[in-house]
Design a protein around this ligand. Sequence first.
Ligand code: XMP
Ligand code: MG
Length: 181
Amino acid sequence: MGKEISLHNQTFSLYLDEQKIRERIIELARNINEDYQGKSPIILCILNGSFIFTADLVRHLDFPLTIEFVRYSSYEGTSTTGRITKIMGLKSDIEGKDVLIVEDIIDTGLTLSNAIKDLLKSNPASLKVASLLLKPSALIHDIHCNYIGFRIPDKFVIGYGLDYDELGRDLPEIYQLKDQA
Ligand code: XMP
Ligand code: MG
């Protein structure tokens, strides 16, 4: 039996170990480095879930960059509420700047499609998206993700920044909810 962990009375099993995550991030960074040579983009970390992915990714990027943090909220427990609210906005003006959104996971795409709509109002020079995880079968909003770490089944995952009611963000690996229908 693989490694398991229990949080709030739910059991999760190991899905992506540290090495797999690390290797994939290096590959993503290689692609991002090619595309942003000669540029100096704003890396936009979508809090809270993306803080670890952003921290690991930016250390493999080789162009000058700045980092900003924004925060939206849509999730309660293990399913989306269908509504999102902006809790914390941008500090600097992104007009005319290249912006790379860094997201932990794209589920229905609601959070990201709203974030993109919001950011496009400020006329960035370019707007791209890097997401560590994508659940293709859950996606209902039409969004384009430029850099995808892993395409995963539509099961709830935790760890590496992702939480189950705020627990589990600190886990170095990614775990999947066990026995989810
Ligand atoms: P939407 O549906 O807006 O969801 O694309 C994206 C946001 O919801 C959170 N999310 C998850 N969090 N395990 C988590 O811990 C998951 O499996 C999961 N799926 C979605 C996440 O915060 C993301 O930004
Ligand atoms: Mg998130």
